[in-house]
Design a protein around this ligand. Structure first.
Ligand code: ATP
Ligand code: MG
Length: 249
């Protein structure tokens, strides 16, 4: 198998045995995650479980102490974030992190700074605008004048400008109204269906997350304790225990 190819029936992204620590404090223990090409995968777990840490380690913002991250047949653990973008992984950080005093258009264009994306920036912009008509309508507005849901759309659009093969979004639904939650969910599906981009997203609401995702991975206290197809997880007593507490029975 040559570099860049993925094995038939294999995983596009495969995280195995990942240990991550902040200084002396270990927060991930043998964490696992895998994504097939074209899948939508939810990463679930209570506050402080290590969901963002896992995503940050995949994108190269954290370095693992042990374990491996393989993307399209290539080991990428330990690569810095600007290189994982070049490999085809875009990461939309928690709380969106837009530049508040830049326009919507400039925030979006900043996503295309890696050399691979820069060459086709104009074509990508048109494709991204077709997915998000809002971007064109609001292009000259400052980012901080948009609603939370609109800012989330800009953040996702900026991620897509990098021309990723895998889009990772940390809590895209956080603090949004039900109508905006629907809109962002629809957008995530279109990103997969129309662009063929795999998606991993973090969300704490089990029904919402598994209603959108093909499969889910559940982290508890830094360990991947359960994963499987969304329909199986939705019926699982273990999932109810983690998210509702034992008293629910
Ligand atoms: N930069 C850091 N330095 C030290 N500890 C950190 C750092 N970032 C996170 N932690 C700790 O690591 C653990 C996991 O945090 P993480 O943010 O990955 O969890 P999470 O599942 O994303 O939580 P949330 O749902 O609140 O976003 C927590 O105990 C947190 O306090
Ligand atoms: Mg988090």
């Amino acid at each position: 198998m040559s570099a860049g190819m993925q094995p038939p029936d294999g995983f596009q992204l495969e995280v195995k045995g990942l240990d991550v620590a902040y200084g002396d404090c270990q927060v991930l223990w043998q964490a696992e995650l895998d994504v097939r090409k074209g899948e939508i995968v939810a990463l679930l777990g209570p506050n402080g479980a290590g969901k963002s840490t896992l995503m940050n380690t995949i994108s190269g913002l954290n370095k693992p102490v042990a374990g491996s991250v393989t993307f399209e047949g290539k080991r990428i653990d330990g690569l810095p974030a600007h290189q994982t973008v070049g490999e085809g992984i875009a990461h939309v950080l928690e709380r969106r992190r837009l530049f508040p005093f830049l326009t919507v258009a400039d925030n979006v264009l900043l996503g295309a700074h890696n050399p691979r994306a820069r060459a086709s920036r104009e074509e990508t912009r048109q494709r991204v605008e077709a997915l998000f008509p809002l971007l064109k309508a609001r292009s000259t507005q400052l980012a901080n004048s948009l609603s939370g849901g609109e800012q989330q759309m800009v953040a996702i659009a900026r991620g897509l400008m990098a021309r990723p093969k895998l889009l990772m979004v940390d809590e895209p639904f956080l603090g949004l109204s039900p109508r905006m939650v629907d809109e962002i969910g629809t957008l995530i599906k279109r990103v997969r269906d129309e662009e063929g981009i795999s998606v991993v997203f973090i969300e704490q609401n089990v029904e919402l997350a598994l209603g959108l995702a093909d499969r889910g991975f559940i982290l508890e206290s830094g360990r991947t304790i359960l994963h499987g197809p969304s329909s199986e997880l939705l019926g699982s007593a273990e999932v109810k225990r983690i998210f509702l507490g034992d008293f629910a029975y």
